[in-house]
Design a protein around this ligand. Sequence first.
Ligand code: HEC
Length: 105
Amino acid sequence: MKLRSCLIALTAAGFVVSAFFAIGGPLKYEAPPEMARFKTAPGAELVSQNCLLCHSADYVIIQPRMPRAFWEAGVKKMREKYGAPLPPENVSEVVDYLVKNYGKE
Ligand code: HEC
């Protein structure tokens, strides 16, 4: 009987200690890899080079599947409003990539 209550007490103490570390330990967060980068497809390199300068790929990835007009406006906004240094001749390739991989047609 004594041994048993001793074991129960130890187990309970174990829970308290691990709860302490679970709550008080350093908070680590790593985005799952498939969320952190652009899908491999034609144009992905161009998009990675031009669209990761100011924010993560999540800004694109978490958008609902939007039509071409949304992505056209988005890229236009990034270039004109925020100064994304995407050359004009690359705009259509980036928009195509975004519509195909993160939008709908
Ligand atoms: C010069 C910096 C810069 C570059 C380069 C850039 N963005 Fe952004 N982007 C921003 C900022 C700042 C915001 C946040 C705007 C806000 O919070 O309203 C943003 C937000 C977004 C959003 C979220 C929706 C929105 O309109 O706020 C999307 C989608 C996006 N960017 C796509 C892109 C794509 C695609 C590219 C590559 C062509 C790109 N960005 C390159 C600065 C940039």
